[in-house]
Write a protein that binds this ligand. Structure first.
Ligand code: BGC
Length: 769
């Protein structure tokens, strides 16, 4: 062999051939870049590089680009294709804080959980939270935030409810859209997840959710539809579960017919991490990216192309879609990230969000805000060890979280010392134990306290606290997390020790004519009915991130007026939850199918239609001021293409405040059964001073009037009288007006897809005894 030939072969082997002529991503057409790829390269591109690291044998030494990021995509330098980094999650960026790193620390801001954010009902604020998170994503060198998570909170025992917004798809959809707009305004992407019906953690990789087409369209897909249409997320993450027989990642009807054809989604779909079983089908379904990706999957795809089980054209289309995504990323654009996001400013956004998220559930005789309170007796372990959020991929590695103890001390309240000492000593002793299984955050053992039983207190300690303090606060805490659901008895109802604490503390303080406030540091509804009469005030603090303690102190002291309202129902008892008898599926010891016999009757749609009284209804929350609702006006007495609804809100109290205003619609019951009312819009006023008014406008379009009629696969608005109800909550309707629709109308025709693979008998108001 001549010397020259040998040199050429060596050059080829080193992948150095065509250095000038190979098309380059960003400079040449995507189709030319794809045409220049080997089959192996194409398969690599539709696959992530494995969890937590970027290991590319062809590109040199294994490298970790952003420690703790959930995944990354493949690079091919000869074609100018850069890697990209994807990191969780909904309440803040999740990467390893890495304090010893030469770059310095990489702590992230822990924002309120999605459930808490939904309670703000403030889409502008949610957009700001998105912007702040996007800033951290960008400056820590990531390209996509794996959020928002927006499944419907169908059952309070779902371990991941804290990551989700609401039981209502309009709230979930609007909040998610605002979040996506905020994050993406920073030049990084989002991944709207988990598409779809990922409503439980039990057997999440295999569970078959059996859901009627109508319930899917109206409840479980609707929020995603709103988010996709209103915010153009860069990516969508398909979910682990099956819907009506098929894994979502392998479901063409879900990912292509509905998501792309009907809703116009233009971005990339990725699997959830290690999701599904048939990667060839994922390619056909329109799930372009397999995450986090592994060798076995790559080999299977290569084999499938070689054996003609996977059409290379399909692979090419998926590769093109991924390249379109890579083109948008900061890493491709060679953005020089600083590792120094605006942590100070972002902490202020987190504080503002926490202030608006908290909900005042009860406030007898104006117990709150504090008046003449100097010393506070803080009961409950959670008061000293606040819960910022849930566990799993939704965790955030923050630097410091403010507990209620710290928040009150920051606000210059004295805390009853013997009580505080008792709690702090016990907590410190638990935290100092070497428990390897307990993860640490900011040097603290995070979950040990959350999962420990409530501490029993002696009567002497309670009585001595009554003497010195002006008021008592009891905090109840709950954590839930990814990977498992909770049980009624270990989560929803109060433990004996908690009930005992409430009873004893309330009796002792009331005997001394002093008040008691219960603070709920929880991620979703728990039982409140049996004990809510004991305390004078109940304050739902939710899990509101690192600034939670400061935000509560500001509200208790009156510096901030609470304006949050629940975006989910607090049922009287677990048995009242419409899905309680079927969750988490059958057979109950190891469920295979989960039958959604609650159909469209999820949350308030059920409680209101079936006359089941909740403990706290959907949309509920008190304020330190009062509001008057007046001048409800409709733009026309009959509906044509749209209807404007205006209403004026006036602050009639003595302090400034914001009011969440909800628009419910009752549609005529004609061809198909309907809930008695459904939320079709919401708005939050600006901070209104006493006597100040604001006029809010809502717009109803055809879809707002329509229900999904499975028989003809269409959104149909029935002719007749529609009642507009403007409420301070779902059960506190302040003003009503009505309009007519003259002719039944097919508002939108859809594809006949996603029919249940087995029979599901849905509940109906007609069966009500
Ligand atoms: C979760 C996703 C998350 C992914 C990456 C999965 O287990 O379901 O929500 O984005 O892990 O961490």
């Amino acid at each position: 062999m001549k010397k020259l030939d040998l040199a050429l072969i060596l050059c080829l082997l080193a992948g150095q051939v065509f250095p000038q002529s190979a098309p380059q991503l960003g400079k040449d057409k995507i189709k030319d870049v794809v045409a220049a790829m080997t089959l192996e390269e194409k398969v690599s591109i539709v696959m992530g590089m494995g969890r937590n690291s970027w290991k590319n044998p062809k590109e040199g030494k294994p490298t970790v680009i952003v420690p703790g990021a959930a995944g990354s995509t493949y690079s091919i330098s000869r074609l100018g294709i850069t890697p990209t980094i994807l990191a969780d999650g909904p309440a803040g960026l999740r990467i390893i804080a890495n304090p010893d790193n030469a770059d310095g620390t990489r702590y992230c801001t822990a924002f309120p959980t999605a459930t808490a954010m939904a309670s703000t009902w403030n889409t502008d604020l949610e957009e700001n939270v998105g912007k702040a998170m996007g800033n951290e994503v960008l400056e820590y060198g990531c390209d996509v935030l794996l959020a928002p998570a927006m499944n419907i909170q169908r059952n309070p025992l779902n371990g991941r409810n804290f990551e989700y917004f609401s039981e209502d798809p309009v709230v979930a959809g609007k909040m998610a859209a605002a979040f996506v707009r905020g994050v993406q305004s920073q030049g990084v992407g989002t991944s709207v997840k988990h598409f779809a019906a990922n409503n439980q953690e039990t057997n999440r990789h295999s569970i078959n959710e059996v859901i009627s087409q109508r319930a899917l369209r109206e409840i479980y897909l609707r929020g995603f539809e709103i988010a996709i249409k209103e915010s153009n997320p860069w990516t969508v993450m398909s979910s682990y579960n099956r819907i009506n027989g098929f894994h979502t990642a392998e479901n063409y009807d879900l990912l292509t017919t509905i998501l792309r054809r009907e809703w116009g989604f233009k971005g990339m779909v990725m699997t959830d991490w290690t999701s599904g079983t048939d990667w060839v089908n994922q390619m056909y379904a329109g799930n372009e990216m397999i995450m986090p990706g592994d060798k076995k999957q790559a080999e299977e795809l290569l084999k499938a192309v070689r054996e003609d089980r996977l059409d290379e054209k399909v692979l090419d289309e998926n590769v093109s879609c991924i390249l379109e995504y890579i083109l948008k990323t900061p890493r491709f654009k060679d953005y020089h990230y600083s590792n120094k996001p605006n942590l100070k400013e972002n902490a202020l956004v987190a504080l503002q969000a926490a202030e608006e998220a908290m909900v005042l559930l009860k406030n007898d005789q104006n117990t709150l805000p504090f008046r003449k309170v100097k010393e506070v007796a803080l009961f409950g372990k959670t008061s000293y060890h606040f819960i910022t959020g849930g566990t799993g991929s939704g965790e955030v590695n923050y630097n410091h979280a403010v507990s209620l103890q710290e928040g009150l001390e920051n606000a210059k309240y004295k805390l009853t010392a013997p009580l505080k000492n008792q709690y702090v000593n016990i907590i410190d002793s638990v935290l100092s134990k070497k428990i390897d299984s307990v993860k640490t955050v900011g040097g603290k053992r995070k979950f040990a306290i959350d999962r420990m039983n409530e501490i029993n207190l002696s009567d002497e300690l309670i009585n001595s606290s009554v003497k010195t303090s002006d008021i008592a606060i009891i905090t109840l805490g709950r954590t839930t997390g990814e990977g498992s659901d909770r049980k009624e008895n270990d989560y929803f109802v109060l433990s004996d020790a908690e009930q005992d604490m409430i009873r004893k503390v309330c009796n002792a303080y009331h005997a001394a004519k002093k008040k008691v406030v219960v603070v709920l540091n929880i991620g979703g509804p728990i039982e409140t009915e049996s004990w809510k009469n004991y305390p004078d005030a109940i304050f739902l603090a939710w899990q509101t991130g690192q600034e939670g303690g400061n935000a509560i102190a500001e509200i208790l002291s009156g510096k901030v007026n609470p304006s949050g309202k629940t975006a989910q129902t607090f049922p009287v008892k677990y048995a009242d939850v419409p899905s309680s008898s079927t969750f988490p599926g059958e057979p109950s010891e190891n469920p295979i199918n989960s039958f959604y016999n609650d159909g469209i009757y999820v949350g308030y749609r059920y409680y209101d239609s079936f006359n089941v009284k909740p403990s706290y209804e959907f949309g509920y929350g008190l304020s330190y001021t009062t509001f008057k609702y007046s001048d409800l006006k409709l733009s026309s007495p009959t509906f044509n293409d749209k209807m404007d609804v205006t209403v004026t809100i006036t602050n009639t109290g003595k302090v400034a405040g914001k009011e969440v205003v909800q628009l419910y619609l009752s549609a005529p019951q004609d061809k198909i059964e309907k809930p008695v009312q459904e939320l079709k819009g919401f708005a939050k006023t600006s901070l209104l001073k006493p006597n100040e008014s604001q006029t809010l406008t809502f717009t109803l379009d055809g879809r707002a009037l329509a229900s999904y009629w499975s028989g003809i696969s269409a959104w149909v608005a029935d002719a007749g009288k529609y009642e507009v109800k403007i409420g301070a909550s779902s059960r506190d309707i302040k003003a009503t007006a009505s309009f007519n629709l003259d002719k039944s109308t097919v508002v939108e025709k859809e594809h006949y897809v996603l029919y249940p693979d087995r029979y599901v008998k849905e509940i109906s108001v007609k069966d009500k005894k």
